[in-house]
Ligand binder design. Structure first.
Ligand code: 0O2
Length: 233
């Protein structure tokens, strides 16, 4: 992110404000540092998930996590959301009002794994749960399913401790497949998706839920099966 070499004038509510290159550089540095906190928050939560996955593999010979992806929102996307949610444009207000600057998506094979990982992560001593939205138990009207939690994780910097908000979304492969297609369709139609397509999407979400339930049942049968009894004669 380069800071301009010339002074910059912008129109604000109070009139025209002019910033020197030094002021602009200071603002850029402050913004980069602000975003860095979220990178560190992501790393902390990713490490926690990695430890859970490795321990599960070792202890249970089973990996509940199919895939983890993460991102820090872009500056443009933060600015859009600040405007959309009418958040005061200060770092303090943005920290408090925009809670998905750091986001992690955890894809699992089965619904029960999504809840199990949620429980294991949120039970950790240094994790504070700020908000839970359970769209698996109560899907959105369009069919969207996912378990969302906003957690706060401590990050220790040279200047001290900061608690960083991270949004974690847990969902199965089927839920994820549906959500990524719906996202593409939503953007293709700029939010104005034709009714027929909306109905098809809802139908596809229902089919995905049936598939999830069926796969989980089959998996349960596979692992719940007791070995054949050997009787002494
Ligand atoms: P991106 O690019 O994934 O970050 P808010 O975050 O407060 O503005 P809301 O609706 O209160 O909005 O939050 P919610 O319900 O927790 O949803 C936030 C995120 O969940 C979205 O982030 C999406 O990632 C996902 N999501 C929620 N609803 C849907 C949906 O209907 N379809 C799909 N495909 N994803 C959904 P962003 O910021 O929209 O996008």
């Amino acid at each position: 992110m380069d800071a301009p070499a010339e002074p910059l004038s912008v129109l604000t509510d109070e009139g025209v404000a002019t910033f020197s290159p030094r002021e602009l550089r200071a603002m850029r540095d402050e913004f980069q540092r602000f975003l860095l906190e979220y990178q560190f928050g992501l790393r902390e939560v990713e490490t926690k998930l990695g430890i859970l996955r490795d321990e599960f593999l070792l202890m249970h010979e089973y990996n509940p996590i199919e895939h983890v992806s993460s991102r820090v929102k872009t500056a443009d996307s933060i600015v859009d959301k600040v405007a959309r949610k009418c958040v005061e444009p200060t770092f303090e207000a943005i920290r408090a009002g925009i809670t998905d600057i750091a986001g992690i998506r955890v894809t699992t094979s089965f619904t029960k794994d999504a809840y199990r990982l949620f429980d294991l992560l949120t039970a950790q001593d240094d994790i504070t749960v700020r908000e839970v939205k359970d769209y698996i138990a109560a899907p959105k009207r369009n069919g969207y399913k996912s378990l969302h939690v906003i957690v706060e994780v401590p990050v220790f910097l040279s200047s001290g401790r900061v608690d960083v908000a991270v949004e974690v979304q847990f969902r199965t492969i089927a839920m994820d497949f549906w959500a990524s297609l719906e996202h593409k369709i939503y953007y293709k139609y700029s939010g104005l998706v034709p009714d027929g397509l909306l109905a098809e999407l809802k139908d596809a979400a229902d089919s995905a839920a049936v598939l999830d339930a069926r796969m989980e049942r089959l998996h349960g049968q596979l692992h719940g099966q007791k070995p054949p009894q050997i009787r002494a004669v």
